[in-house]
Ligand binder design. Structure first.
Ligand code: OAD
Length: 278
C-alpha cells in the first residue's frame, strides 16, 4: 500500500535512536483487563453489557451524575467490583514506568480509575487521571472531603455514605461522571500534546469526550501508534486514505503482546521483565 504509514517497528526505531524524547501515552480500560478488571464496551465481558440487574434506563446511567443523585445504589453496588484492592499492574503499566525511568515520558493521560499506573511506580506529576480515581471522595452538597476509610467501608457494606459534615449530602468518589467537569489537571497539561514527539494510544475505544479528541491535538507529522484489539478509524488514518502519507501505526492485538514486541524491538525486554516481576 503506497500510502501506508509507520509500523510498530518504525516506532521502536524512533525510541531506540533517541529521537523520541517526549512521549505521550493515552490509555484506557484495555490496559487493565489483563489485571482482571473488566473494560466497559467489549461485547460480553464489558461492564456496560452486564448491568441488567440494576434496571438502568441505559448503561451509562450508572456513571451519570443526575441519575446518581436520585439513585446512588447501582453505582455503589458496582463500586464493589471496581474498587482497587487486589489488582496488580500489567506489563503495559510497567512499560509506561520504564519510559519514565528512561526520562522520555512527557505524560500519561489515563481514563482509568484503578490507579495501577501509580502502583507500577509512575510519579504523580507524570499521571493525569482524566476521569479521576477512588483516592478521594466528596459530598455532593457541601463539597466536604469524606474520610476514605469510611467510603471504603460503605462500598463493601450495604450503606450509601452520607456526609458527616453537613449530614445531608451524598458522598461520591471523585471519579468523573457523565455531566461532571474533568479534573483541573486534565486542562493544565493539555499543551503536552502540542509538544510531544510521539503518541502511543493503548487499550481504549476512544468513545468518550473530551478525552478521545486529544489524539487530534498531536500535529502532523508526529507519529501516533495505536495498540488495541480493534482499530479506531474515527481518529486514525492507518492506510493514508485522508492524507498523502499516513503517520498512524496500528498494532492489532492484546496490549501486553504489543508492548512486549515493542520492548523487544527497542532492546528493553529484560529491563521490562525485571520491572514487571518486582
Ligand atoms: P472501553 O471498554 O470503551 O474500550 C476498551 C478498548 O480496549 C476496546 O477497544 C477493547 O477492544 C480494548 N481492549 C480490551 N482489552 C484489551 C487488551 N487486553 N489488549 C488490547 N486491547 C484491549 O474502555 P475505555 O475506552 O477506557 O468513563 O472507556 C472510556 C470511558 O468510558 C471510561 O473511562 C469510562 C467509560 O464510560 C467514565 O465512566 C466517565
Amino acid at each position: 500500500d503506497k500510502n501506508a504509514g509507520p509500523t510498530i517497528e518504525t516506532v521502536a526505531e524512533l525510541i531506540k535512536s533517541g529521537k523520541a524524547k517526549k512521549i505521550m501515552i493515552m490509555c484506557g480500560a484495555g490496559i487493565s483487563t489483563a489485571a482482571g478488571i473488566p473494560d466497559f464496551r467489549s461485547p460480553g465481558t464489558g461492564i456496560y453489557n452486564n448491568l441488567r440487574k440494576y434496571n438502568l434506563p441505559y448503561p451509562e446511567a450508572i456513571f451519570d451524575i443526575d441519575y446518581f443523585k436520585e439513585n446512588p445504589e447501582p453505582f455503589y453496588a458496582l463500586a464493589k467490583e471496581l474498587y482497587p484492592t487486589k489488582f496488580k499492574p500489567t506489563l503495559t503499566h510497567y512499560f509506561i514506568t520504564l519510559l519514565h525511568r528512561k526520562n522520555i515520558l512527557l505524560r500519561c493521560f489515563t481514563q482509568n480509575i484503578d490507579t495501577l499506573e501509580r502502583i507500577a511506580g509512575l510519579p504523580d506529576d507524570k499521571i493525569v487521571e482524566a476521569h479521576g480515581s477512588f483516592a478521594r471522595s466528596e459530598c455532593l452538597h457541601c463539597y466536604a472531603e469524606a474520610d476514605p476509610d469510611r467510603v471504603r467501608e460503605a462500598v463493601f457494606g450495604e450503606e450509601i455514605p452520607k456526609c458527616s459534615s453537613c449530614k445531608v449530602g451524598l458522598v461520591k468518589p471523585c471519579i468523573t461522571f457523565f455531566g461532571e467537569c474533568l479534573p483541573v489537571k486534565f486542562f493544565e497539561y493539555l499543551d503536552d500534546f502540542l509538544y510531544c514527539d510521539l503518541l502511543i494510544v493503548i487499550g481504549t475505544s476512544l468513545q468518550v469526550q473530551p478525552f478521545a479528541s486529544l489524539v487530534d491535538r498531536v500535529e502532523s507529522p508526529t507519529i501516533r501508534l495505536l495498540i488495541n484489539r480493534e482499530p479506531i478509524y474515527e481518529y486514525f488514518d492507518f492506510e493514508g486514505i485522508y492524507s498523502e502519507i499516513s503517520r498512524d501505526a496500528f498494532y492489532k492485538g492484546d496490549c501486553d503482546d504489543g508492548i512486549r514486541k515493542l520492548a523487544e524491538l527497542i532492546g528493553w525486554q529484560d529491563e521490562l521483565e525485571e520491572l514487571y516481576t518486582i
